[in-house]
Design a protein around this ligand. Structure first.
Ligand code: PMP
Length: 364
């Protein structure tokens, strides 16, 4: 950039922004591209948000409670940990950002698996931190020894992995916690769809942080609330770099109501898991390769006339879009450009997806 009366910070000069999944405006889409919950959130949330607003929205004149104490307490109760072990963010992206600000830097390397959430490299670069990425072995195996010996200050594991969907063994998490000499961050955005959360484990360890979100399993992506559970020393450090009013009043009210209505969510999560199983059966019947998912999405490698690869995946992505079905596709990433990440939707949405896939297969 020339002839500007300012300079850009060194880390930002060559930074490319994270590219979020498309959020189409207007109706009529089957939206299976950003792993949102396919059902409305608990009805108790509506009541809680309306109560917070009051008849005339007068409460909005005042700043929110800065620490999101009620959300911390509700999350602590939900996981069976102490509220000193919890921090709340404006989405879990906010918390990932706090982690990088506090623990990443020019002399503090960050490590992560590849592929995983593509925001991590952006956040690491913003801090000027070197990012070391590890490949998965066959069947999504973690290179445990390499991770332990990486010399990174932060290792982030997405569990279950995004975009592949696979979950890792508890024994592997324990191995990393015991052997990695740094902060072990477990991003468990999709844990509500698996049968394990590391939150309680994290609270009992001095170097483990579990990052969670209301966006996926609680249907609150539009509210932007995430939380993390860790040793209270880690929470105290993250609080130092947190914006003072990082979670707005309505979001706090909604998150508390969501965390307190586990009963409502358990039935709906079970429905997602059931649809996921049926979708996996469908893809298996087509002979398509996919990772066994513990998330609310499936990463599938489509095939047509015996062939797979980038062009085939790209063609299916375009075809589905022409049918008003949106899925996620990373055309420019050589590791995953041969597959599509498909969010598990409602039964009718998944029916429409299957019909469109069959239509594509039979089309010349
Ligand atoms: N972690 C992972 C692995 C994700 O896929 C996402 C959502 N794209 C997030 C964190 C961030 O979620 P949010 O900011 O909505 O809480």
């Amino acid at each position: 950039m020339q002839n500007k009366p300012y300079k850009i910070s060194k880390n930002v000069e060559t930074l490319s922004a994270y590219t979020p999944g498309e959020q189409p405006q207007g109706g009529g889409w089957v939206k299976l591209n950003t792993n949102e919950f396919p059902y409305p959130p608990s009805p108790k949330i509506r009541a809680a948000v309306l109560a917070e607003m009051g008849g005339d929205c007068a409460s909005l004149r005042l700043y929110p409670e800065p620490l999101s104490k009620k959300v911390r307490a509700a999350a602590a109760k939900y996981y069976g940990v102490h509220e000193d072990n919890v921090i709340v963010g404006n989405g879990s992206d906010d918390i990932l950002n706090l982690i990088m600000r506090a623990f990443g830097g020019e002399d503090l390397k960050v490590a992560a698996m590849s592929p995983s959430y593509s925001l991590y490299p952006v956040l690491a670069k913003m801090q000027g931190a070197q990012l070391e990425e590890f490949d998965f072995g066959p069947q999504c195996k973690l290179p445990l020894e390499k991770i332990a010996k990486s010399g990174a200050n932060v290792f982030i594991l997405t569990n279950p992995n995004a975009p592949l969907g696979a979950a890792f063994a508890e024994a592997d998490l324990k191995y990393i916690a015991d052997n990695f000499k740094g902060l072990f961050v477990i991003d468990e955005a999709y844990a509500p769809f698996s049968n394990y959360s590391a939150a309680k484990f994290a609270a009992g360890r001095e170097n483990v942080l579990a990052v969670c979100t209301s966006s996926k399993g609680w249907g609150l992506a539009g509210m932007r609330v995430g939380w993390a559970v860790a040793d209270k020393n880690i929470i105290e450090i993250l609080d130092r770099v947190r914006d003072s009013y990082n979670v707005d009043r309505l979001a706090q009210a909604a998150a508390v109501a969501a965390l307190e209505d586990a009963e409502y969510y358990s039935g709906l999560v079970a429905k997602v898991v059931e649809e996921r199983g049926k979708a996996e059966e469908f893809f298996a019947s087509l002979g398509w390769d996919f990772c066994k998912s513990s998330s609310n999405f499936i990463f599938v490698r489509p095939r047509k006339n015996g062939a797979g690869g980038r062009d085939v995946a790209s063609e299916l992505f375009d075809f589905l879009k022409s049918e008003k079905i949106l899925v996620r596709y990373w055309k420019g990433d050589p590791k995953i450009c041969d597959g599509l990440r498909i969010t598990v939707g409602t039964k009718p949405e998944m029916q429409k997806l299957k019909e469109s896939v069959l239509k594509w297969i039979s089309k010349e």
